[in-house]
Design a protein around this ligand. Structure first.
Ligand code: AMP
Ligand code: ZN
Ligand code: FE
Ligand code: FE
Length: 277
């Protein structure tokens, strides 16, 4: 399968497979490359590089957390330098913030008579930045809810009764931090913004992100409807941005497989040409 999967997770965040497994899986599929984009960390990048060979390019990156009116906005950064002090400091802060927020979410579940244990959440995270999928898995294990998707639908989606928003930076600041770290910034799955409340992401925010140097929009995401793909493809073209695709692979934590959405080499070259400096 030719092409680049520009959005993947591993056990370094809330995926269920190691990045070494993801690399082997990508090579078996015959992909040209994968971007390693764990939430708010670049911890898996070195392992990915060690696991690959000449047949699969590793694009180092992260899926960086931002927030707009208590709803999540995710910004993909590619070729970011994890040693950049401002980016590293914010990723550190986010890791602590995720811990605080997980404790608050667990307390909310207790208030809703769901006896989920914080110790189990931490065990499932295994030292990675704690994400809602870890909490959802721990809730399923209590037997109170059948599937992690039901946990999201009934409790944990943005705006849900057990959710607590992260305190994260404005999306424009996220773009600035990723570019400041030598990377390029791409808006992840804009169609998923506020999906529970029926809100859509304000085009003006996306335009402000582009004005701050953002270079692409992930229009092709497995959870986007055909209409969302068209809308964001057209918006990217109108703003002169690169259209990207990625599977948002999370191992067993989500339905989509690695390579379910891929970007052509030309899109990757267009992104590479936008690297600062
Ligand atoms: P967090 O980084 O802790 O805010 O969690 C974000 C992750 O939770 C996403 O990458 C998805 O894997 C998952 N997620 C968020 N919202 C939903 C939803 N409505 N349904 C299923 N999974 C979701
Ligand atoms: Zn995730
Ligand atoms: Fe995301
Ligand atoms: Fe993701």
């Amino acid at each position: 399968m030719p092409g680049y999967d520009l959005h993947t997770h591993s056990t370094a965040s809330d995926g269920t497979t190691s990045v070494t497994d993801n690399v082997a899986h990508a090579r078996a599929l015959g992909l040209d490359g994968i971007a390693v984009t764990d939430h708010d960390t670049m911890a898996a990048v070195d392992e990915a590089r060690a696991a690959t060979g000449d047949d699969l390019e590793i694009i180092p990156g992260t899926e960086f957390s931002a927030e707009l009116a208590a709803s999540s906005v995710h910004v993909l950064g590619y070729w970011t330098d994890p040693r950049d002090r401002a980016l590293a400091a914010e990723m550190d802060r986010l890791r602590n913030e995720r811990l605080r927020r997980a404790q608050d979410i667990v307390a909310k579940f207790h208030g809703l008579d769901v006896p989920v244990s914080m110790d189990r959440v931490l065990e499932l995270a295994g030292g990675a930045p704690v994400g809602r999928p870890h909490i959802a898995q721990a809730v399923v294990e209590t037997g109170a809810v059948a599937t992690t998707q039901e946990v999201f639908d009934d409790y944990l989606a943005d705006g849900g009764p057990a959710n607590v928003a992260k305190h994260a930076v404005h999306p424009v600041r996220a773009v600035e931090l990723l570019i400041g770290a030598g990377g390029v910034a791409v808006l992840a799955h804009p169609g998923l913004f506020g999906s529970r409340t029926g809100e859509v992401m304000d085009d003006e925010v996306i335009e402000a992100m582009a004005a701050a140097g953002m270079v692409g929009i992930e229009a092709d995401h497995p959870d986007h409807t055909d209409e969302q793909r068209r809308t964001y493809n057209d918006l990217a073209v109108a703003l002169g941005l690169v259209v990207t695709a990625g599977s948002d692979y999370h191992g067993d934590a989500k339905e989509q497989d690695l390579g379910d959405a891929t970007s052509p080499a030309a899109a990757v070259e267009a992104l590479r040409d936008c690297r600062p400096g």
